[in-house]
Write a protein that binds this ligand. Sequence first.
Ligand code: ACO
Length: 219
Amino acid sequence: MHFEIVDESRYDEVLNYLRNHFHDEPLNVAVGLFKKGQTCQLLENYDMDTMRDGYSIIAIDPDTNKIAGAMLNAISSLGDPELELERMKCIDDIEFHRLMGLLLRHNSDAQLFRKYNVEKIFELRILSVDSDYRGRGLGQELVKRSEELAREHGFTVLKVDATSFFTQKILEKFGFETVKTVVYHDYRDADGKYIYNTPPPHDTYKIMTKVLSNEPVHV
Ligand code: ACO
């Protein structure tokens, strides 16, 4: 597998890849923001902002020259979760509110910048592996490379909104710790129906962090 940092020449290819390989992320399955192959403009704006930070990584299969996996990373600054929550007030899309609003509210509550006394946090935002390549350690490799990249650029705190049980398992292997656990089935609408009816085994969303020491990355 060949790995590279995403630059402008790959943006469209990555967006197209995610349309076809990120639809089964558990929160998206639950709220139905987009289905396989569909475009969700709000999500793609978020993906574009993330890629423009210049820390996203893709895995390319050298045999096909196609993307096999992606880890989109970005830098979050002090005050960003609150700013984004404010911006969301202008967005009239219930699915996007349910998905992104959940993450932003819990991030704001967690007060991570104060907790770690930093102004910047390296966020591992979107992890996706093409279903043809899953279960072979590619997700793990993308996380490892993201951590190395953060380290090279001098970041000391990594954060992930781990909405998938599989991602949580990967992160635990790398020494990430859980700052906050949100149980999806704790949320019900006015009729008592689950708002986040995620497929098993994805029962929780966890905010997970890792404070970097000078040790190299290994599992
Ligand atoms: N069943 C059980 N355990 C699994 C499975 C599975 N289907 N897939 C992954 N795991 C667990 C295993 O514990 C595995 O470790 P092990 O092999 O030592 O047992 C660990 O995850 C790592 O597996 P990888 O092979 O490195 O992961 P993979 O390349 O399959 O990618 C990923 C995992 C990215 C979650 C993939 O399933 C995917 O793209 N899912 C859809 C999108 C998604 O949910 N993304 C994550 C959302 S959270 C976020 O983006 C930050």
